[in-house]
Design a protein around this ligand. Sequence first.
Ligand SMILES: C[S@@+](CC[C@H](N)C(=O)[O-])C[C@H]1O[C@@H](n2cnc3c(N)ncnc32)[C@H](O)[C@@H]1O
Length: 419
Amino acid sequence: MMAEVGDADVEDVRQKTLRELHAQFFEMVPIRRMKWKSEVTESSELGPDVQRLVLQATVTSPLCQKYPPCLTYQKTFMKQFLHLLERFDVEICDEVYEQYTELLSQEEEEDDTLCYKTYQLPCGSPVSLQESVHLISQGTTGLSTWQAAQHLAEWSFENSHIYENRTVLELGSGLGLTGISICKQCKPTQYHFTDCHPQVIFLLAKNIELNLADGKSFLTSQHSPSRKKDVSIMKKIRRQLSLNAEAMINELGDIVEVCMSPTTPPPGEQEGIIQELLNDLADFELSTGVWNRDSELPYGTLKKDPRVSLSKLDWGQPNQELLSRLSADIILGADLVYDASIISDLVPLLKSLLTHQTLSTAPAPVAYVACTVRSEDIRDHFLYSLGKEDLKYEVVAPPCERIFHYDRSVPIEIVKIYA
Ligand SMILES: C[S@@+](CC[C@H](N)C(=O)[O-])C[C@H]1O[C@@H](n2cnc3c(N)ncnc32)[C@H](O)[C@@H]1O
């Protein structure tokens, strides 16, 4: 005989379902892929009380005020919620209609192109990141968080022992999800974030400040000149992204991939804005209120947590002095091998980082690179290039537990590389 589901069990399932909904909403999971309910939550349970709880877990949650997902996404979510309730033919409470109408009355800003995504870590701590709603923008892939970054973070949570008493260097950090999650959940002795694209570095710095330095500078020092400059740069990034947007979000809240070649000349209207932004970013420096900046190198450490550093590192033109500063036990990278053209810069850099002289007592450095296998040819070319440099590699076991809600249809492999 089947065991009866008691009130306490139902309550547990309801809480779990709401937590899942909350996590998916703030990660901005495409509505089409969103899991709304568990098998146990039936239409009879979608009464007015549960509807209010759904609102509280999503659009009326305090997190939505503080770090809102983009407005179009919120509207699409509410529209889908109403469809669901109508389909189940349940009584819809006034708050749901009111909230939807309120959202519809809000005008989308022309430059609603940067938004917050929040990822919940197993330790209970959230990571909120400012991201572009476009996957590829400004010829860089670094203004959104990619699946491989989430996969590498999930793998790190299950292998956190490898970070104990170890220093980490991350290549192509993008917006920082992997590194910020590892700093919060795994506690390495030092974590070096790096990237080379000016806009990525700017947003990465803001995301690190937000999550690892209590949001200092950007959110609190309202009237400082550096905050004014940050706000102005942020506006220009938004404006520039919106000018480039061909399509942003389709009917079901899918983020539509906008492909731009880095070599495509920008149309007339964009040139001025792009140039202005590049000028602003050229002299952008880490805020001295939050960072201890190196006087010689493009490198700074967080005042609040000197374990954390950020620097500009271009794989094609690595500054040797900077490289020795960044020497680490573990080298990480997520979705670095997305294009065959970057392999010739990346692999020699990995070789140099994995073979630098360490104390004879220290363990030899190891790299873990999470590769999204969109093309087997590119993956094979990467592995072949590693072999040519006399580097050894093996694919490690994937993480077992699903923490984040990314699309898992394309395989991701974590390649362990060593000399
Ligand atoms: C596909 S994104 C991945 C970003 C992040 N790791 C993630 O998975 O979300 C690739 C990143 O590599 C950076 N990148 C590309 N070429 C680079 C180079 N030559 N030197 C340093 N970073 C580079 C880009 O700026 C971008 O942030």
